[in-house]
Design a protein around this ligand. Structure first.
Ligand code: FDA
Length: 317
């Protein structure tokens, strides 16, 4: 119920204006967002890399409505990649030359931020330019997944990008009923697949609604990916799913460099370093930029404790 209300608020411009202008927002945002520009994103990346973590960076923005906005997002990614390259952060952690490149820092893209809602070809062209820049620096790109109306389009664009850039990663959402099938399609050699629970409000006919059903689907999907030939990227903070993943890795005889864990910046940071110290590859998803509203609201919807954090910040101001 609370989740639905917050996710509805995530789409309300009125609430957006209210939250963006609230004096507390800065403190709350700082916990989940690395800053507004390339410099801050770079500093956070360096800090995480020094702590033994890998990183994927997201330039925040999703409701892009004009070609100029889409172009500006693409330019921001090109600037970021150049800066990461210059700082030596795009190097392959696994030495390169393997079936899959595991770069210290890569980028995550939302096709909606690159124009998908009004011109799919433009979004694909922009994504391709970013993939080319990433490849030139030896790193990779992962395409985030948004609401279910965009899944087919995103997977189509992914398969075309992968013809030239096979390391381009996909995201699959366990809450979607279709996802087991998509996992089977994508569990092939060289394929990087991030598996997450899913963060949008979806109707019953396309998505499991009960948390237990979503978790069970996550495990079925994880089994397919871990049994397959691709590179699973298990994106979850859920201790139970992390333990099951470690068990499956043993069962399917996957060494720690044959899959990775992923978590969001600001969520369970101690667990991130604990897993990395235990020898796992752990990638932190680091959002940065000025358009943090939709991202922040989805994080708040996921966990009441985050709402309490928001409330405490409000009261203490
Ligand atoms: P969930 O939110 O159910 O939490 C499970 C448990 O984890 C909790 O019960 C608690 O034990 C622990 N936990 C969670 N948050 C915690 C906290 N703050 N402190 C302590 N413990 C906590 N979604 C999407 O639709 N498209 C996408 O492209 C992506 N991309 C993406 C990338 C990465 C790297 C991650 C980690 C996630 C995404 N997501 C996403 C978001 C994803 O779909 C999902 O909404 C969140 O990861 C939350 O789900 P969890 O699996 O963490 O479980």
């Amino acid at each position: 119920m609370l989740r639905s209300v917050i996710l509805a608020a995530a789409r309300s411009q009125k609430v957006e204006r209210l939250v963006e202008t609230a004096p507390i927002s800065r403190d709350v945002v700082k916990r989940f967002v690395a800053g507004s520009g390339t410099g801050e994103a770079l500093a956070t990346t360096r800090q995480l890399a020094d702590a033994g973590l890998c990183i994927t960076l997201d330039n925040l923005g999703e409701d892009t409505l004009t070609a100029d906005q889409a172009n500006a997002t693409k330019e921001a990614y090109l600037e970021l990649l150049a800066a990461l390259g210059q700082a030596g952060l795009t190097a392959a952690k696994n030495g390169g030359g393997e079936a899959v490149t595991v770069a210290t820092a890569e980028v995550s893209l939302k096709l909606s931020a690159l124009g998908q809602a009004f011109d799919e070809q433009l979004a694909e062209k922009n994504a391709r330019e970013i993939c080319e820049a990433a490849a030139a620096l030896g790193t990779t790109v992962t395409l985030d997944m948004e609401d279910h109306t965009t899944t087919d389009s995103t997977l189509d664009i992914l398969s075309r990008l992968r013809r030239d850039h096979p390391g381009t990663g996909a995201v699959l959402q366990a809450y979607l009923r279709r996802t087991e099938g998509d996992c089977r399609e994508l569990a092939t050699a060289g394929s990087r697949v991030r598996l997450c629970k899913g963060a949008y409000k979806e109707p019953e006919h396309v998505a499991y609604q009960a948390p237990l059903e979503v978790d069970k689907s996550y495990v079925r999907c994880m089994n397919i990916l871990m049994a397959g030939e691709g590179y699973p990227m298990l994106a979850t903070h859920d201790p139970r799913l992390i333990a099951i993943a470690q068990d499956r890795a043993r069962w399917f005889d996957r060494s720690p460099d044959e899959f990775e864990f992923q978590m969001l910046y600001g969520i369970r940071p101690e667990e991130q370093t604990r897993l990395a110290r235990a020898g796992h590859t752990v990638r932190v998803y680091v959002p940065y930029g000025t358009e943090w509203y939709g991202y922040l609201m989805r994080r708040l919807a996921e966990r009441p404790a985050n709402l309490a954090f928001f409330g405490r910040a409000l009261i203490s101001k």
